[in-house]
Ligand binder design. Structure first.
Ligand SMILES: C[S@@+](CC[C@H](N)C(=O)[O-])C[C@H]1O[C@@H](n2cnc3c(N)ncnc32)[C@H](O)[C@@H]1O
Length: 385
């Protein structure tokens, strides 16, 4: 009974955390600062409270009960708890709960699988139900790119995979330590796989026009001898790009630009400033702002909150970005459009509009990252006519 008492206390903490967290903001830093303040929670408490919260983000919100009951139901659907059996917490759970599979547990809790993901009508995968269940079952993993030349480091990390160029662990913290030591770079395995596939499409000069802190730019700089022009609308994120790209400063130009509005962009390199206008680029990479729905098995805290209006706003912004970016492209040059979304509105359904901007679709497809514990992405190579 003591264990049930502790369990219920943890549910109360999870409920408070979920009620006070701002919807749409990353949850991990919020949780981290909560535990930093509340020293009384040990490792086991933290793990359970965290699992209770994330179970709610993964599917709890779709259980037709109040939020406290949603948290408990979602937790027992997704986790076996060594210390409490669901039937000890609530008699509605059957004694043979552990024998039920995922679909039976969802059914028992009154969940329609289609409700565990927002706007499922727009998801572009043919086996929708399998995709939705994979989302729940896949254990979230962190993948990072190993710096060339740092292949032989020895660290005591809970590794799940390393193939020589990328490294994975269930512990984001362990990987942060490796990053601080300069061995690895933040980059999901799907981004690496997609970039590797697209490398032959790149011709100089290259503009990464939604570069953020430069994940894709750094990949190109690491893997090719090319010069890269990187920009983003947010100047704050460009500071982080500058920090991360020190080893490439002779080949990287950085600028700040809202791609929707500009007709010229000023780029700086350590020794040089270039003002770019007109059809200057041979390759433009648009890693577009999007719903992020392809990353939700890793970041489920964004899943319960996406609305149709949000999706429409992303679609509109993507169109405006591609349309104006294309005016910087030479005839015969390539615009590579990427999203980490699984919604057709942001992907295939955009292609007709892109063609109306004078771009011709050459290749397009999905990278099904959820099958190997990484993000799902959409890519399309468009050629300027
Ligand atoms: C998906 S993220 C890019 C991730 C990055 N390429 C990487 O590999 O880490 C999209 C980026 O687009 C930027 N963005 C959004 N609207 C923009 C605009 N109008 N012009 C330029 N950048 C924009 C956002 O600030 C965000 O950093």
């Amino acid at each position: 009974m003591k264990q049930v008492h502790f369990f219920n206390r943890h549910v109360d903490v999870a409920l408070d955390l979920l009620n006070s967290h701002t919807a749409g903001k990353p949850f991990a830093p919020y949780l981290k600062s909560f535990f930093k303040e509340k020293k009384k929670y040990g490792g086991r408490d933290r793990k359970r409270i965290s699992n209770l919260c994330y179970a709610w983000f993964r599917l709890g919100y779709s259980i037709p009960l109040d939020r406290r009951e949603q948290i408990i139901g979602a937790y027992f659907i997704l986790h076996s708890d060594r210390f409490v059996h669901p039937a000890d917490v609530n008699s509605k759970f059957s004694e043979d709960w552990d024998q039920l599979d995922l679909k039976q547990r969802l059914h028992f809790m009154g969940v329609d699988v289609k409700d565990i993901f927002p706007l499922t009508g727009f998801v572009d995968f043919s086996d929708l139900e399998q995709f939705l269940l994979d989302q729940l079952e896949v254990r979230p993993t962190y993948f990072r790119k190993i710096h060339p030349g740092a292949l032989n480091f020895q660290e005591d990390v809970d590794l799940i995979e390393t193939d020589g160029t990328s490294i994975g662990s269930y512990s984001g913290q362990a990987l942060n330590t490796l990053r601080t030591k300069g061995h690895i770079e933040i980059q999901d395995r799907s981004s690496q796989d997609v970039m590797r596939r697209l490398l032959p499409e790149l011709q100089e000069p290259i503009w990464d026009c939604c570069a953020a802190s430069g994940g894709k730019s750094l990949y190109i700089l690491d893997e090719t001898p090319r010069e890269v022009f990187a920009s983003d609308v947010r100047s704050s994120i460009l500071r982080s790009l500058k920090e991360r790209s020190k080893r490439h400063k002779s080949r990287l130009f950085i600028g700040q630009a809202n791609v929707i509005k500009v007709d010229k962009v000023k780029f700086r390199r350590q020794d040089k400033t270039i003002m770019v206008d007109g059809d200057f680029f041979q390759t433009i990479l648009v890693d577009a702002p999007c719903s992020g729905s392809g990353t939700w098995s890793r970041n489920p805290e964004f899943k319960p909150f996406l609305t149709q209006q949000d999706l429409d706003r992303y679609v509109q912004r993507q169109r405006e970005i591609v349309k104006n970016a294309a005016s910087f492209l030479k005839v015969g040059g390539k615009l590579i459009y990427l999203t980490c979304s699984v919604y057709q509105n942001e992907n295939q359904a955009q292609l007709d509009f892109f063609e109306s901007c004078g771009l011709q679709v050459e290749t397009t497809g999905y990278h099904y990252g959820h099958l190997n514990q990484s993000d799902s992405m959409f890519y399309s190579v468009l050629v300027k006519k």
